[in-house]
Design a protein around this ligand. Structure first.
Ligand SMILES: Cc1cc2nc3c(=O)[nH]c(=O)nc-3n(C[C@H](O)[C@H](O)[C@H](O)COP(=O)(O)O)c2cc1C
Length: 185
């Protein structure tokens, strides 16, 4: 059975290197994987519990939840901002975790990597990885997903001049697929 991987990037920047990492993962995905990506988290409103009233829930939120629900696994590439996750990504995660008790961001296999500045996203990976784990997902943390100053070596279209980055994305995709297979048995 085919595996559906959803790529998500946590930066809205047009030249985003994290967008590039997701596109690179899509290129490197083996044939058994159907890899799509979601590039609209920037159009989600700020989370507001009043909008959980079904008559008021925005179409963008319903679309986002449906897309997450349809995925077996997530491949997230996101920058570190001020030693944590970007607000736009955290906002999208909050939308995906409601309504309480029937939300779509649980039971997923998730790979989290980061193209950031000097830290390579170490703090962001630790914090967001912890959050996603507490939500009931299996978070893959090996091989180490920190890429320091990645924007110098990753194009937004999904190419890289650094073989180590290509190897990291290939290895992460393999780990993601192996973990999905192991959770299906
Ligand atoms: C507001 C802001 C805060 C940042 N804080 C950090 C940080 O704490 N650690 C770090 O390594 N890089 C930090 N950076 C650098 C970004 O992670 C880096 O520019 C990254 O490449 C942006 O991702 P993108 O190329 O996908 O847009 C920060 C950048 C901005 C704009």
């Amino acid at each position: 059975m085919s595996i559906h991987v959803l790529g998500i990037f946590g930066s809205l920047r047009q030249e985003s290197s994290n967008r590039g990492l997701v596109l690179l993962a899509q290129k490197l995905a083996p044939a058994e994987v159907s890899f799509t990506f979601y590039d609209k988290i920037g159009s989600l409103p700020f989370y507001n519990e009043d909008l959980e009233d079904p008559s008021r829930t925005p179409a963008s939120v319903i679309d986002w939840r449906n897309v997450v629900a349809s995925a077996d696994a997530l491949f997230i590439a996101a920058p570190e901002y001020n030693f944590g996750p970007s607000a736009v990504l955290k906002n999208a995660i909050d939308w995906a975790t409601r309504p309480m008790g029937q939300h779509v961001l649980s039971g997923k296999v998730i790979s989290l990597i980061s193209s950031s500045g000097g830290t390579g996203g170490a703090h962001m990976i630790e914090q967001l990885g912890g959050i996603l784990g507490l939500l009931g997902n299996t978070v893959i943390s090996e091989p180490n997903g920190q890429i320091a100053k990645g924007a110098e070596r990753i194009s937004p279209a999904g190419s890289t001049t650094d073989p180590a980055i290509q190897a990291l994305v290939t290895d992460r995709m393999s780990a993601l697929i192996a973990t999905v297979h192991s959770t299906r048995h």
